[in-house]
Design a binder for this molecule. Structure first.
Ligand code: NA7
Length: 512
């Protein structure tokens, strides 16, 4: 956004809480942190020389490599001078008379700007469990999303991990190899498919780079904005017999990664189709995990893909190790963190290190952390009390000249984030440029357009199985958070809608 704003001749300043660039890849430094979208896709496409010259080492890039990439991009385009690091935005209030946002930062500074763009991230507000005694634990404790910058040595230590989402599933196999013992506290068993990560095939890389623009264009037509090389099979899982169904799942299981959910077109639409996929993965767990009682505890019963599907390297097999134990919190509820460790089901487990892999206040957490006041002092926290309300996920009525990058109500977390981020940056930049050419100084989503959009986002979700489980897409992982499905399903129709809105002079927004 900074690069794009500068290229329009605008003056822009970025505030960043971290001491460096990279966002998610700056904060999530836990062992095994890795992207689960192919490297050649999970990268910027705005500059042909950049995408041609950068070399990824693996099919799925590890966190340190993505962080190096972010740093390279910042250096290459001379962006660091425009970013004020180690600074949190605490307050932003719209001054109607001046038509400007007044912004207050954690270093005590105040400044104003005509436009305010929130690029605060969908999964950046780390969430610790609401368990009594957390601050009393005498050992080392870490949250996967706030990992220290120094290496953490688990060698010879007794380690406890709380949570079994994506972050836990990536880190558990690596921690298990290093630690003296590892105890995993599981509240909900998770479905995970093997990553089959490997060094990037140079022939494949050359093929993609021979027509990178074409590759990007094909991916942008995919429902999730990635994976055109192995697209979703649109047929119903119920249109083939059990043997063919199994072979199809097997093929995708061998291929590895998120394309598993594209084995058939209706896995997230039809309960029976979904059950077939779920049963296939359950069978794999029974095959991999030797102890039947552990296998049973690891076996999920809910809809597959409804909580975000995880992608792993050796997750289930890690439970075959003699130094790894699984505690099922449904049998032995978590009671307290004690100075020595964790008490669950009346039993105390002693640890040297505790890892909280307990997720994030997703999609709205980082926005709500800022005291944002729009017209007539309207607080975003009040307006969104019953769930986020936006038009296209880009703007919100009552908050003029404020844009959100990958905000709730846009495809965001259901897509390749890099693609969604660039689509929003381009749309916002196009809007600012157009406003300047039309001599408009103010833009604000209309309440009517916003209400219609909210209904649309919900209607799309309601046609699927997504609302049927307790996922962070619904805010269900945060006690008291309103249950609203926040992202919009379907990237291509969304882009079409955004382009149409722009072509019609920003239809649904009031301009003056
Ligand atoms: P997730 O996917 O939200 O996973 C968090 C895990 O922590 C999940 O297993 C939770 O169980 C568990 N959890 C959360 N709070 C508690 C408490 N209080 N007690 C016990 N267990 C708890 O976060 P991740 O960081 O793994 O991944 C987030 C996204 O980042 C991921 O989807 C990718 O997009 C990248 P639950 O399932 O709620 O029962």
């Amino acid at each position: 956004m900074l690069h794009k704003a500068r290229s329009l001749g605008l003056r822009a300043r970025v505030f960043e809480a971290g001491s460096g660039v990279g966002g998610t890849w700056y904060w999530n430094r836990y062992p095994g942190a890795r992207c689960d979208v192919d490297s050649l896709e999970y990268s910027y496409q705005f500059d042909e020389a950049l995408q041609q010259e950068w070399k990824w080492s693996e099919r799925y890039a590890p966190q340190p490599e993505i962080l190096r990439y972010a740093e390279h991009v910042a250096e290459r385009f001379g962006l660091k001078g425009g970013i004020q690091f180690n600074t949190r935005v605490e307050k932003a209030a719209y001054d109607e008379a001046m038509g400007r946002w007044n912004v207050a930062t954690s270093d005590g500074a105040q400044m104003s700007a005509q436009f305010l763009i929130l690029a605060t991230g969908c999964l950046s507000s780390a969430k610790l469990p609401e368990i009594e005694g957390r601050e009393r634990f005498a050992g080392e404790s870490y949250h996967t999303g706030r990992w220290p910058h120094h290496a953490v040595d688990f060698g010879g230590k007794r380690v406890g991990v709380i949570g079994t989402g994506s972050s836990a599933i990536q880190s558990i196999p690596l921690i298990a190899r290093e630690a003296k013992s590892l105890t995993v506290f599981q509240r909900t068993p998770t479905y995970t498919v093997p990553a089959r990560n490997r060094p990037l095939d140079p022939a494949y890389e050359a093929r993609v780079k021979s027509d990178y623009a074409g590759f990007r264009a094909r991916n942008s037509r995919m429902p999730n904005a990635f994976g055109s090389d192995f697209p979703r099979n649109e047929a119903s899982a119920l249109s083939v017999d059990a043997g063919n169904r199994r072979r199809a799942f097997e093929e995708r299981w061998r291929h590895g990664g998120l394309p598993f959910m594209g084995t058939f077109g209706d896995l997230l639409l039809n309960g029976e189709a979904n059950a077939a996929a779920a049963e296939f993965v359950r069978g794999k767990i029974q095959e991999i995990v030797r102890d039947p009682a552990t296998a049973a505890r690891l076996t999920p019963r809910q809809t597959i893909g409804c909580k975000r599907l995880c992608v792993d390297t050796d997750y289930y097999a890690t439970f075959n190790r003699a130094n790894v134990r699984l505690v099922d919190l449904r049998e032995s509820p978590l009671e307290a963190i004690t100075p020595a460790g964790v008490r669950s089901g009346g039993m105390e487990h002693a640890f040297d290190c505790l890892v909280f892999a307990t997720g994030f206040d997703a999609m709205t957490g980082s926005l709500m952390a800022i005291d944002i006041r729009g017209r007539a002092g309207l607080a975003l926290r009040d307006k969104w009390r019953d769930g986020p309300r936006s038009y296209l996920g880009l703007g919100s009525a009552g908050f003029p000249n404020l844009f959100i990058i990958t905000g709730p109500g846009s495809p965001s977390v259901l897509t390749n984030m890099m693609v969604s981020i660039e689509q929003h940056v381009n749309w916002i930049a196009g809007c600012l440029d157009w406003m300047r050419s039309q001599r408009h100084s103010r833009i604000e989503a209309s309440a009517q357009a916003e209400n219609a959009w909210g209904r649309h986002v919900n209607e799309v979700a309601d046609r699927t199985l997504f609302p049927t489980c307790n996922s962070w897409y619904l805010g269900a992982n945060v006690p008291g958070k309103p249950r609203v499905f926040m992202p919009l399903l379907g990237f291509p129709p969304y882009v079409e809608k955004c382009n149409e809105v722009a072509a019609r002079g920003y239809e649904g927004f009031a301009l003056s």
